[in-house]
Design a protein around this ligand. Structure first.
Ligand code: PEP
Length: 254
């Protein structure tokens, strides 16, 4: 089964209205009219509309970095799934390790957001990953299994094929250290097998599993050519047109 490669740029808390619009336009130009891979930009929420204007009518899609799992109401400072689709989002990143570590997000909280995203017709990109300490203690697989089971709690087989998982080893995010292609492929294969047990082999074969952690033009090709690596969630290198375009161009066509 062929899964279309998905390259997503997580701008985190970077850029401003003008620089973001010009980055988005640069990516649109670099991607062209019919790219072999799917490309998503995830700017800070205040800049979603501006980036939406820059990508509308092009193959480049829009994603948010977070949502709040509730309908409209008294939730000061929050943004829900319906608001995100209203401004043109198709994707939403959930449970990024920075949110897990800095904002105390738990697997249960990520699961609530996952259901809100799916109910609002957004494709959730659910992030999981082990710390260096957990890897060194040989706990990677148990940590990933706990995160996946907890973050996907209550998800039924019919909807499972619509989600994306991003495997992002915490020790590789923003550090310049990348998992080797063998390390990454081993965890991706483990995740796919786990998804097979949780849902079915057919559904597990459809779910895209991105790798994230210091992906750059120079390491993208070897990572993206692994059989179970279906794309990349890119932080730092998504902030420069040349770097992000280099990653997109390194992806094997589906
Ligand atoms: C990320 O933010 O999801 C990420 C992988 O960051 P970086 O590419 O900078 O390591």
């Amino acid at each position: 089964m062929s899964r279309r490669i998905l390259i997503a740029g997580n701008w985190k808390m970077n850029m401003r209205a003008e620089s973001g619009a010009s980055l988005a336009k640069g990516i649109v130009d670099a991607v062209g009219k019919s790219p072999a891979v799917e490309v998503v930009l995830c700017p800070p929420s205040v800049y979603l509309s501006g980036v939406a204007d820059a990508v509308v009518g092009t193959p480049v899609e829009l994603g948010a970095q977070n949502l709040y799992a509730a309908e409209d109401g008294a939730f000061t400072g929050e943004v829900n799934a319906s608001m995100l689709t209203d401004v043109g989002c198709r994707f939403v990143i959930l449970g990024h390790s920075e949110r897990r570590q800095l904002m105390g997000e738990t697997d249960a909280c990520v699961a609530k957001k996952l259901h809100a995203a799916l109910a609002g017709n957004l494709v959730p990109i659910v992030c999981v990953g082990e710390t260096l300490e957990q890897r060194e203690a040989d706990d990677t697989e148990s940590v990933i299994e706990t995160q996946i089971r907890g973050s996907l709690e209550g998800l039924d087989e019919a909807r499972a094929a619509n989600i994306v998982i991003a495997y992002e080893p915490v020790w590789a995010i923003g550090t310049g250290k990348t998992a080797s292609k063998e390390q990454a492929e081993a965890v991706h294969a483990f995740i796919r097998e786990l998804l097979g047990k949780m849902f079915s082999t057919e559904v597990a074969e459809q779910i895209r599993i991105q790798y994230g952690g210091s992906v750059k033009p120079g390491n993208a090709e070897e990572l993206l050519s692994q059989p179970n690596i279906d794309g990349a969630l890119v932080g730092g290198a998504s902030l420069k047109v040349d770097d992000f375009a280099g990653i997109i161009n390194a992806a094997p066509s589906a």
